[in-house]
Design a binder for this molecule. Structure first.
Ligand code: NAD
Length: 486
C-alpha cells in the first residue's frame, strides 16, 4: 500500500462549508506537495472572495443557535471531537507528515496536543462566568462574557493541525462559529479535522474551512465586515497587513507572529540537559517553529567545549523522510528551502563558513543540513532575522548582565530559555528578559494550559490556557437600580 493510501489522502479536496464539501467558485486547484519526495499529494480547490462570503454567512447562521444552547452541550460536543481526533491520531499524523514533512513522532505529538486542546476547552465551556460588582445597596451590578459571533482563523503551515485547534477550540467553546483559512502548503489536515468534527456531532456551519491564497481567500475573510474577530498566526509582515485591514471594520485582532528566541547557557548548567535542550530548541520541525531557540548565547568559559559537543550532535542527526524513523525531516517547500539557503549565504558573508552544515542535501526533497554559525555578532542579519530553518547562531557572553542584554537585543520577544542551577539567576533572567514565555532548564517546557504569545514584534494577545477565552468573548456589564420607588 502506498504512503498516501496509508494516510487515506484523497486525490482532490474541495472547501468545507456548512457541514459539507463544496466546490470553489473558480476552477483553480493547487497541488499540495510532499516535501520529502517533491511528489504531488492532492489537488485542493482554491477558495474565492465569494466562497469566503458563503463561509461567513453559514457561520453567522450557525452561531445564532449555537451560542444559545446550554454550555454543557458545547462541553459534550467538544469532548466528542477530542475523542474522535485521538482515535484518528495515526491517520492525522501521517497527513501532517506527508504535507509538512516533520517526523511522524513529532506529528503524533502534535495531533495529541490538538485533541487535548479540544478536551481542555470542553472543560472550560461551561465555566465562562461573570462577576457581581458591589456598587451600593441601590444597585445590582453584574458582568457576563458573551461570544463575539464569527471568528476568523488564519493558520500557517509549520504546525497546521495543532495551530488549527489552538484558536478554533476556545472559539467554539465560548459559543462562536469559526471560519478557517489554512496555509496553501498544508490544507489537508484542516479539511480532515472539519470533517471529523462534523462526524463527532458539531452542528453544520460552525466550522468552515476555506483553503485558498492568502491575498485572495485570506484577505477576503480577514477584511469581511461580518467577521467579529481574527486570530492570525503567521509572519510579521502579513500580520501587520491583516491588522491594518481589520481596523477598517474595527475587528478585534490577535496576532501570533515570529520570533528569534534566545537560549542561554551558563557555566553551572547541567551539561547534558543544556545540550539536549539546545538541540530540541533549534532542530525540532527542522527549525520551522515560531518559538525555536535560534540564538544560542553561551558563557565564554564553556563556549568552545559546548559548541564542539553541539556540532558533534548536529552531525549525528539522521535527516530524511518523516515517515521513516528520523531526527529531522525536510523543509516545507522549495521556496522555503531557497529562503533558508539564502540566509546561509548571508551568514557566510557576515561571519564566514558555518562550523557545521550549510548545504542542501543532494537528493529529492527539500532537505538542508543542520547548520551552526559560531561567534555571531548580534548586529548581523542572521542574528536578527527569523530564518525559520535548522540554522543556529552562537554568541558568547561574559556575564549575566551581557547575557540579558544580548537576549533582549532583537525586535522579537516570543520565548526565551535559560540553563543554570542558580535559582536566583534563573528568576532574575525571567524578570529581565522581554518574552511571553520563559523556559528554565528545559526548552519548550510548557503546554496547552499555559498562556502563549509575544512581547514586542512577536504579536498581540495570548493563546492557550484560560486566558485565551478572553480572545473569544466580549464583556457586558449589566446594572439594575433596585432602590425602592416610593
Ligand atoms: P505567512 O504570514 O506567509 O502566512 C500565514 C497565513 O496567512 C497563511 O495561511 C497565508 O495564506 C495567510 N495569508 C497570507 N497573506 C494574507 C493576507 N493578505 N490576508 C490574510 N491571510 C493571508 O506565514 P507562514 O510562512 O505561513 O508561517 C511562518 C510564520 O508564522 C513564521 O514567521 C512563524 O514564526 C509564524 N508562526 C507564529 C506562531 C505563533 O504562535 N506566534 C506559530 C506558528 C508560526
Amino acid at each position: 500500500m502506498s504512503k498516501k493510501a496509508l494516510a487515506a489522502v484523497s486525490d482532490q479536496y474541495d472547501l468545507w462549508i456548512g457541514g459539507d464539501e463544496r466546490p470553489a467558485g473558480s476552477d483553480d486547484q493547487l497541488a499540495v506537495v510532499n516535501p520529502a519526495t517533491e511528489e504531488p499529494l492532492a489537488d485542493v480547490a482554491m477558495g474565492t472572495a465569494d466562497d469566503a462570503d458563503a463561509a461567513v454567512e453559514n457561520a453567522r447562521d450557525a452561531f445564532e443557535s449555537w451560542h444559545r444552547r446550554p454550555p454543557k452541550k458545547r462541553t459534550q460536543i467538544l469532548t466528542d471531537i477530542a475523542a474522535a481526533i485521538r482515535e484518528k491520531n495515526n491517520q492525522l499524523a501521517r497527513i501532517e507528515t506527508l504535507e509538512n514533512g516533520k517526523p511522524l513522532g513529532e506529528a503524533e505529538d502534535q495531533v495529541e496536543r490538538c485533541a487535548r486542546h479540544f478536551e481542555y476547552y470542553a472543560g472550560i465551556a461551561d465555566k465562562i462566568q461573570g462577576e457581581s460588582i458591589p456598587l451600593s445597596e441601590e444597585y445590582v451590578d453584574y458582568t457576563v462574557r458573551e461570544p463575539l459571533g464569527v471568528t476568523a482563523h488564519i493558520v500557517p503551515w509549520n504546525v497546521p493541525i495543532y495551530l488549527f485547534a489552538r484558536s478554533v477550540a476556545p472559539a467554539l467553546a465560548a459559543g462562536n462559529a469559526a471560519v478557517v483559512k489554512p496555509a496553501e502548503e498544508t490544507p489537508l489536515g484542516a479539511l480532515e479535522l472539519a470533517r471529523l468534527a462534523s462526524e463527532a456531532g458539531l452542528p453544520d456551519g460552525l466550522l468552515n474551512v476555506v483553503p485558498g491564497y492568502g491575498n485572495e481567500a485570506g484577505a477576503a475573510i480577514t477584511g469581511h465586515p461580518d467577521v467579529n474577530s481574527i486570530t492570525f498566526t503567521g509572519s510579521g509582515p502579513t500580520g501587520t497587513a491583516v491588522a491594518k485591514s481589520a481596523v477598517e471594520n474595527v475587528t478585534e485582532t490577535h496576532l501570533e507572529l515570529g520570533g528569534k528566541s534566545p537560549n542561554v547557557v551558563f557555566p553551572d548548567a547541567d551539561w547534558e540537559g543544556a545540550l539536549n535542550g539546545t538541540m530540541t530548541a533549534i532542530f525540532t520541525n527542522a527549525g520551522q517553529v515560531c518559538s525555536a531557540g535560534s540564538r544560542l548565547l553561551v558563557h565564554e568559559d564553556i563556549h568552545e567545549e559546548f559548541v564542539d559537543d553541539l556540532v558533534e550532535r548536529a552531525e549525528s542527526l539522521d535527516v530524511g523522510s518523516g515517515l521513516k524513523d528520523v531526527d529531522m525531516g525536510p523543509l516545507v517547500s522549495e521556496a522555503h528551502l531557497e529562503k533558508v539557503l539564502s540566509y546561509v549565504d548571508i551568514g557566510r558573508e557576515e561571519v564566514g563558513e558555518p562550523v557545521t552544515g550549510g548545504n542542501a542535501l543532494d537528493r529529492d526533497g527539500y532537505f538542508v543540513e543542520p547548520t551552526v554559525f559560531d561567534d555571531v555578532p548580534m548586529d548581523t542579519r542572521i542574528a536578527q532575522e527569523e530564518i525559520f530553518g535548522p540554522v543556529l547562531t552562537v554568541t558568547p557572553f561574559a556575564d549575566e548582565g551581557e547575557a540579558i542584554e544580548l537576549a533582549n537585543a532583537t525586535d522579537y520577544g516570543l520565548v526565551a530559555g535559560v540553563y543554570t542551577e542558580n535559582v536566583g539567576r534563573a528568576h532574575r533572567f525571567a524578570r529581565e528578559v522581554d518574552a511571553g514565555q520563559i523556559y528554565i532548564n528545559e526548552y519548550f517546557a510548557s503546554g496547552n494550559e499555559t498562556p502563549f504569545g509575544g512581547f514586542k514584534r512577536s504579536g498581540i494577545g495570548r493563546e492557550n490556557g484560560i486566558q485565551a477565552i478572553e480572545n473569544y468573548t466580549q464583556l457586558k456589564n449589566v446594572c439594575l437600580n433596585i432602590a425602592p420607588t416610593e
